[in-house]
Design a protein around this ligand. Structure first.
Ligand SMILES: Cc1cc2nc3c(=O)[nH]c(=O)nc-3n(C[C@H](O)[C@H](O)[C@H](O)COP(=O)(O)OP(=O)(O)OC[C@H]3O[C@@H](n4cnc5c(N)ncnc54)[C@H](O)[C@@H]3O)c2cc1C
Length: 405
């Protein structure tokens, strides 16, 4: 049984509210400090919640609220040029759900508030001081707050990560910039079908919406990363020109990009992947979610893994007597899984925006990718069937404390 009574969580995105909910379920008081002034910033496109992420949300009673309005993806297909192949599904699992990032944030926020979690908005963390009385967080507005434990759930550009270890690596850039749009054009696929398309020059995806319009997402090759504010400052017409140059020859990509209205184009930002982070915790400060394991959007697992880690961290703090043993167990439980998934996503990234060398071997890589996707149990079974047994006690030294992965 833990001696931890109070936890201060930095970041009110996905991992932050879920950690708070799980800690409350474990009888530990948690407060979330979020840099932005409101609950949902409206930034970002759609996120996938995989079956494992849905099961994890269910553990904290947030599944319905977090996925209200989500689109179930009942079929997936992969296409190369004009060739398109339907991918087999994993038997017995619910479909992946597509949810708008800001709706997911809002749903989690509302469930957490209803469960008694306190949120402080407009609180940007800038420093941490650890002493005998706990860890004191310092915020940009001059305020401070103290708790037994601080959790850094502050995303891929985490401040807490650098405070734990000044030599911690930053996020790696995948060489792609994300875009999304809803297009008033039909595509010849059923509602709820998602198609992953490897175009002539770059990767894109599209899905049929229930309203008859088409959801479109692009991973545009871009030499240097851009801050979201920088990318958004570029006029939409200019981005549309780039998208039309890149996808204009593709089918149905060319038709879709020619019909995107400038005011319907959303830049979702530079796509990142976190390299292995050597230190997940120090003293009474620990990381969770994208701050420690952003697997890149190619995995379709970013939000789902953040949710799982949040719950596993709370379980460890619930069951183990001190933070040293709780954080060690948490890292042991999570590191192999999240790093394995990130490694798979990194391989796909090379195919999405191939350089000259990769382009030469692309047909071989594509055949490999297709072969993998056609054996979903082998490729994604462990990833998507992973379940957290909330009632099972965490014990130190145990190799696997959860089922499925
Ligand atoms: C701008 C943006 C757009 C994205 N768009 C997509 C997308 O379209 N599709 C997709 O699949 N994934 C997207 N992602 C990734 C996805 O949102 C994450 O994988 C997922 O939300 C992981 O949750 P998290 O809680 O770890 O991090 P996040 O959801 O990023 O949450 C981190 C939170 O911490 C807050 N924060 C950061 N620094 C501080 C600080 N110093 N003090 C206090 N609070 C702080 C942030 O404001 C944010 O609310 C996007 C991420 C970002 C940042």
């Amino acid at each position: 049984m833990s001696k931890v009574r109070s936890v201060l969580i930095v970041g009110g995105g996905v991992a932050g509210p879920v950690t708070a909910l799980a800690l409350r379920k474990a009888g530990i008081d948690a407060t979330v400090y979020e840099a932005y002034p409101s609950a949902a910033d409206g930034i970002g496109g759609t996120l996938a919640i995989a079956p494992n992420g849905q099961a994890a949300l269910d553990v904290v009673g947030a599944l319905a609220a977090a996925t209200a309005g989500a689109l179930p993806i009942t079929k997936t297909a992969m296409s190369f040029g004009r060739k398109s192949v339907e991918l087999p599904r994993l038997a017995g699992l619910p479909p992946m759900r597509l949810v708008h990032r800001s709706e997911l944030y809002r749903g989690l926020y509302e469930v957490a508030v209803a469960a008694g979690v306190r949120f402080e908005h407009g609180k940007r963390l800038i420093g941490l001081d650890e002493g005998a009385g706990g860890v004191t967080a310092r915020f940009a507005d001059g305020g401070t707050a103290t708790a037994d434990v601080v959790v850094g759930a502050d995303g891929v550009h985490s401040t807490v990560r650098g405070l734990i270890d000044p030599d911690a690596p930053g996020p790696g850039y995948t060489g792609m910039l994300g875009f999304e749009a809803v297009v008033d054009r039909p595509v010849p696929i059923e509602t709820g079908t998602m198609c992953f398309a490897f175009g002539k020059r770059a990767y894109y995806l599209y899905w049929q919406r229930p309203d008859g319009r088409t959801g479109f997402g692009a991973n545009l090759p871009q030499d240097r990363p851009m801050r979201l504010t920088q990318a958004r400052a570029v006029p939409a017409e200019r981005w549309l020109r780039r998208l039309r140059e890149t996808y204009g020859q593709d089918e149905p990509g060319g038709d879709l990009v020619r019909h995107i209205e400038p005011d319907r184009l959303t830049v979702t930002g530079s796509l990142h992947i976190m390299p292995s982070v050597p230190r997940w915790y120090r003293g009474n400060v620990v990381l969770v979610g994208d701050a420690v394991h952003a697997p890149s959007n190619s995995s379709g697992q970013g939000a789902s893994l953040a949710i799982e880690s949040a719950i596993e961290l709370a379980r460890c703090l619930r069951d183990l007597p001190d933070t040293a043993s709780a954080f060690a167990a948490y890292e042991r439980l999570r590191r192999p899984r999240v790093e394995g998934i990130a490694a798979r996503a990194a391989k796909i990234n090379h195919m999405k925006a191939p350089g000259t060398v990769a382009r030469a071997v692309l047909p071989v890589l594509m055949r490999l990718l297709m072969k993998t996707a056609m054996r979903p149990e082998k490729a994604f079974g462990a990833e998507q069937r992973y379940r957290i047994d909330w009632s099972a006690p965490v014990v130190t030294g145990a190799k696997t404390l959860s089922v499925g992965g």
